[in-house]
Design a protein around this ligand. Structure first.
Ligand code: C2E
Ligand code: CA
Ligand code: CA
Length: 753
């Protein structure tokens, strides 16, 4: 199996979202564009209003021009008519009309006499019989009308001797009139026409749309606004008033319609101009500006895409650096946290656990084999651990020799099984450096009941669990009780210094009775913490704690000094001296020079040799790899006049073989030995140990003796001394002195009797 490369899918939560600035910039762009559009539309409105008045003005001018022209035409025709009577006499009327047609603007001239005879300048004579204007002119009026949208018809009476003798009609062709009303001012983009008050087109500037559909404009027009405007226009026309309005043509183009009565007949000049007549040119610029803007925006977004891609690529690279442990090539702690965050959404409560493993005594590997080997060991551990992780599980190296596992397990037994398997494989060491070293681990776990809990907190809990574990080798599981304990410990630690200064720690003495003569042969000093607020606190509640933070060094020294003071007092009082044993924590052995301070104190209190015994627990002897320093320190203790005992023998690592290596004076058999005293096997073991100790010349003390049965058995083995409740509990010094007096004198008496 190879190491699973799981780090590939780690995604860093960006420190900030790139989308935020993009969003802001896009928003600003949209706002800018909106403002520009709004501005442009404002500009358009202004320009359209300009166009409006411009068109009105121009069409007003045009109206003037046209009506002036028509008036002029009319006047010209009247002039011609005035000259007519002389002509009537000769027969040259037709010739005259022909000449005048060439000389004037008329495209045809016709004379109609009373008898309705037609004389025309042209061969083709339109049928004018039924025109009311002709009749009106016979009545003396000059008239103007149009002929089916084709041409204008001017009529005027011809007087002879103040009698209307005929009517002169002048025709102007449509083309001529169209030229006239073509509004040059709108550079060809506008259209004009003349209509009558019924909306009939008299003359249109062009034959093309939209004027041909003008009638439609009057009739329908789907927009309310347009309908209203047209109604108003119709009213205005009837009242010979001028005006203008905007409307949207059927092809959706915006147009301006201006209307001006011509003052001739009921005719009105309509002028139709695109609303963007003036803004049209600006439209082009606006369009250009929009194109440039769009181009800029496109470039901006392209730039953005490039930056984003660069950012992504860079981030991947950063992630690789940020999440890889350079030593193992696997995940580091940052990666562990991120992976946990990624997993947490899918995580059901009570399905996962975070575990911390810390190699015990890793410093020794570095010291004994070099850091290169140390590194290889860590790499190897990582490999094994990651090999044992399943889908959706992961492992990372924290700092130094700390490893974190996130396992899909929630049952402590199963977690322990999996950890045992991993540790067993780690210790097979086949693939790695040939070092003879058994790797054991501090193991702490935190079962995840609330996946949302911060991963750092979960890791801390796993760490707290193993730190609170004490000497146990199993995995410790975090619990709220553990925290209570931790709090209590913290409290006790805080109280320690003050209590030491206040002498709240008191030495109790428990006698050891010699079986050979039944006298008190020695006593063990056992500390009690008598706190003014919390009462009596027993060593089991604070010794393990003070061993963790080295307060025990001060405490043992304090007890030692109290014992020195006691012996000195006994000496001063001329009393019989009793050897006292004091317990020495294994923590002292971290720095082997500790003995000097004890020895100095012993001298300053002038304690005779052999009066103080150090009780050392087995862990002092067997917890260290090298036995020489311990052998050496025992030798020094003897030199300084101390005795030395092996405490709690048989409880922990006991090895009878190693026993002979250490030159101890006393072995204290652990009280565990005597719990099951009725068992013959236990009896045999005890007998064997006692026999061996006798052979080695070591004194034997049996601890924790409570029953007569235990005592009888020990007597039968000729055990040297017995310590236990059967004689006395540990007592405050004063009480002990009383008890001792009573005990020894009672014993004397019993001997005497
Ligand atoms: P230890 O050195 O093995 O001390 C003997 C313990 O057994 C004492 O508990 C004592 O009260 C208890 N004991 C004595 N006779 C009997 C008996 O017949 N039955 C039962 N059930 N228990 C008996 P204590 O005083 O609570 O001390 C506990 C441990 O704390 C000691 O075990 C020793 O390891 C440690 N300790 C106590 N005082 C000191 C000290 O000043 N310094 C250090 N380093 N450790 C100390
Ligand atoms: Ca002891
Ligand atoms: Ca003991």
């Amino acid at each position: 199996m190879s190491i699973k490369k799981r780090e590939d899918d780690i995604k860093m939560k960006p420190f900030y979202s790139v989308w935020a600035p993009i969003g802001i910039v896009s928003f600003i762009l949209i706002i800018v564009i909106a403002i520009m559009l709004w501005n442009t539309s404002g500009l358009k409105t202004v320009l359209e209003n300009h166009t409006d008045s411009y068109v009105k003005e121009v069409s007003y001018q045009l109206t003037g021009e046209i009506s002036a022209r028509l008036q002029a035409n009319k006047a010209m025709l009247e002039q011609l008519a005035d000259a007519m009577p002389h002509l009537f006499e000769d027969e040259n009327v037709e010739e005259y009309l022909k000449i005048k047609k060439e000389e004037t603007v008329f495209d045809g001239l016709i004379v109609i006499d009373k008898d309705k005879n037609y004389i025309s300048s042209d061969a083709v004579i339109p049928d004018l019989k039924d025109f009311p204007e002709i009749a009106a002119s016979f009545e003396g009026a000059s008239e103007l009308t149009y002929v089916e949208g084709q041409s204008l018809l001017f009529t005027t009476p011809i007087y002879f001797n103040d009698q209307v003798e005929g009517v002169l009609a002048g025709i102007r062709d449509k083309e001529n009139m169209q030229k006239l009303i073509q509004p040059h001012s709108f550079s060809g983009s506008g259209l004009s026409c003349i209509i009558d008050s019924t909306g009939q087109v008299v003359i249109s500037a062009t034959d093309h749309k939209p004027f041909l559909q003008l009638e439609d404009i009057f009739k329908r027009g789907d927009k309310q606004e347009t309908i209203e405007s047209i109604v108003k226009m119709q009213e205005d026309i009837i009242h010979m008033e001028s005006g203008a309005f905007h409307f949207t043509a059927s092809d959706n183009s915006r147009l301006i319609m201006a209307y001006h009565p011509l003052g001739v007949q009921d005719w009105v000049l309509l002028t139709l101009v695109p609303a963007n007549l003036i803004s049209g040119e600006t439209d082009e610029y606006v369009l250009k500006m929009f194109l440039i803007m769009s181009g800029l925006i496109a470039v901006f977004f392209m730039f953005l895409v490039i930056i984003l891609r660069f950012y992504r690529k860079n981030r991947k690279w950063l992630e690789k650096i940020a999440f890889t442990d350079p030593l193992t090539g696997g995940l580091n702690n940052a990666a562990f946290k991120v992976k946990y965050q990624n997993l947490v959404e899918l995580m059901k409560p009570g399905s996962y656990a975070v575990i911390m493993l810390n190699v015990k005594g890793f410093k020794l590997i570095n010291e004994n084999y070099g850091t290169k080997v140390g590194d290889e060991v860590l790499q190897y551990i990582y490999q094994v651990l990651s090999r044992f992780t399943e889908e959706d599980e992961f492992v990372a190296r924290g700092e130094a020799d700390h490893f974190f596992l996130c396992l899909k397990e929630n049952d402590p037994t199963e977690i322990q099984q999996r950890l045992d398997e991993m540790i067993k494989t780690i210790n097979s060491f086949s693939a790695i450096v040939d070092i003879q070293y058994h790797l054991s681990f501090f193991q702490g776990a935190c079962l995840i009941t609330e996946p949302g809990t911060d991963i750092t907190i979960l890791q801390d809990r796993a760490r707290i669990a193993y730190q609170m574990q004490g000497s146990s080798t199993a995995c410790a599981f975090y619990s709220s009780e553990l925290i209570q304990e931790l709090k209590k410990e913290q409290q006790l630690n805080e109280l320690f210094e003050q209590s030491l200064a206040n002498h709240d720690f008191q030495v109790y003495l428990q006698p050891k009775v010699r079986l050979i003569d039944g006298m008190v042969g020695s006593a063990e000093a056992l500390v009690r913490w008598i706190h003014p607020k919390y009462g009596v606190i027993y060593p089991s509640d604070f010794i393990p704690l003070f061993e963790k933070n080295d307060n025990i060094l001060k405490l043992d020294f304090y007890v030692f000094e109290e014992v020195c003071k006691l012996i000195q007092r006994w000496q001063d009082e001329g009393k019989t001296l009793l050897p006292i044993s004091v317990n020495l924590s294994r923590v002292h052995f971290k720095d082997l020079s500790f003995l000097r301070a004890f020895s100095k104190l012993k001298e300053s209190y002038q304690i005779p040799d052999g009066m103080i015994e150090f009780e050392l627990t087995e862990s002092v002897f067997f917890g260290h790899k090298q036995i020489d320093p311990v052998i050496n320190i025992i030798r020094q203790m003897h030199k300084c006049g101390f005795l030395c005992s092996l405490d709690d023998f048989g409880f922990g690592f006991s090895s009878l073989v190693l026993l002979k290596e250490f030159d101890v004076d006393v072995i204290k058999l652990d009280r565990q030995f005597f719990v099951d005293i009725s068992n013959p096997k236990t009896k045999n073991i005890i007998a064997g140990v006692v026999e061996l100790a006798k052979k080695l010349g070591v004194e034997i003390v049996a601890e924790g003796i409570e029953t007569e049965e235990q005592l009888r058995f020990l007597k039968s083995l000729r055990c040297d001394m017995v310590q236990g409740y059967i004689y006395s509990k540990p007592l405050p010094i004063a009480e002990f002195e009383v008890w001792w007096n009573l005990f020894d004198s009672a014993h004397h008496n019993s001997l005497r009797n």
